[in-house]
Ligand binder design. Sequence first.
Ligand SMILES: *Cc1c(COP(=O)(O)O)cnc(C)c1O
Length: 588
Amino acid sequence: MNLTPDIDPLMSPNRAEVSLKAIAHNAAQLRAAIPDYIALMAVVKADGYGHGMVEAARAAIAGGATWLGVAHPVTALDLARADLEVPILAWLHEPVSAKDVLPHAVGAGVDLAVSSLAQLESVNDAARSIERRARVHVALDTGMGREGASGSQVEAIGRAIRESSHVSLAGAMSHLYNADVPEDGSVREQAARFDEMCEKLEAAAGPIPLRHLSASAGALAGEEFRYDMVRPGITMFGYSPLETNLDLRPAMSLTSRISLVKRVEAGQVVGYGARYVTERPTTLALVPIGYADGLDRRLTNRLQVLVQTGSASTLVPQVGTISMDQIVLDLGPDTDAVPGDRVVIFGDPKRYPGVWTAEDLAREAGTIPYEILTSVSSRVPRVVLPLATDSAERTWSVEGERPVPSSFTVHTSGAEDTRRAARAIAHHAKAGDLFVLDGPLGAGKTTFTQGFASELDVRGNVASPTFVIARVHPANAEGPDLVHVDAYRLDEDWDIEDLDLDSDLDTSITLVEWGRDRVEHLSSSYAIVELHREESLQSGPLDDDPDDTDEERSLTVTFVGERYTREELVRIGIDLREAGFSPEQGGE
Ligand SMILES: *Cc1c(COP(=O)(O)O)cnc(C)c1O
């Protein structure tokens, strides 16, 4: 911005108006079209396709997006700092900055895609340098010849992941090069190649928790291309690469204002190279927006813009070569246009009836709407039209239309599984939550609590609370404390108030072992976690949490009451899937 600091940037006549409501609406359209069990990643690379990354991401999440994706790890860090509470993936490795950026990205919990052994190694090094485990998605080149490992490397990458104690396999991804032409055989071929390569990867690295192949076009081209997650970008911003029934709304409108109006005679040259000469007496208007603002010079003499005068809103031709800072419009002999009148270059026809969309500009410029949107330069102030409070309501699902899961059952074999499931559930826990743990001795209640606590960032080791009755684990940062209670030796008429805890139930998360039928009355909403051992094994040693066994067990969490929204419940299901389980959903 070349303005002096004390001049409001909005003094500029040009604006890129960004409707967050439109982004949320578009995300909701996708969310309604794609089953809940498929994760929805909003791709917000290139500053949210020019709309402003963080605001766009927030709006997409309000509409139902459950992941965020960007190209560059350093951009992912900016997103992570915004604390939007959904996982983030970055897929473009940068060797030069890897040493500086990757440890921060891993530390911030950003998932990273790797396309080669060398890239895996640098992620591994980054994770080791900060004593963390990185979550990697192996990018597979299924035919596009861009990012992604080639077939011959997949096994080696898989083996290296399995052998590393600093990376874990979080997913496998690829990208379609012709998904906007779904009848093209390459789409199916790439999907088949993806399956094959995933199989190879799985054989070497173990189960792949999340497979994803499709951006907007693939996601809309067919169910078979959706796998576990889709990665739409352009659809979020209101444009579809192929025919669709979705009701999409362009999220950006580019506007300016007339700065000069003048009468000219026939034969008047307009602009460099005299590429336009008036054929009659007419009125020209100067508009202070040009190719340095992102207006493609190839649109010269092809563009039509909407002019809003006192009396009407009309489409008029842009004439003469597009300059760096300005364009000229031919308004015709009869116009009441005056300096200051608004000009809309492209945008949402619902907001500006008759206006061209980025799609129209793209057609005339011989490009795609993506380029039109991302070309709007940084000197054009973005004016973000806020998500009206009512539209921030979760618009993406109509209650009663699709079933709401209220319980999830996963099968576990061993303590590590129990902890992983607990972490996925804890990820959604918030202050005031009550979890009632149920199950016989040795079923893994304390193990569950340990996993749960590790997700929450609280102090102190979680041990069986049998001899202390209750232990408070204070939060390290701003989150809630964890209160871990053993209700085994308490009377039927026990009340948690009798424990005189330092922590308040409303501001902490409380887990109660042996709490079934003892503590539910404390809250109108709670979750019951039932841990079962297989019948035949229950006669084993009655030692709680024998961590070293690989017993088959099951874990069911049932949410009672209205504390968890439908969306949160759906996300818990998604997170369990992403943690490698196949949750059975109940209570629908
Ligand atoms: C850009 C991109 C997307 C999103 O593409 P759209 O066509 O905008 O939906 C998804 N995945 C990858 C890997 C990308 O680079």
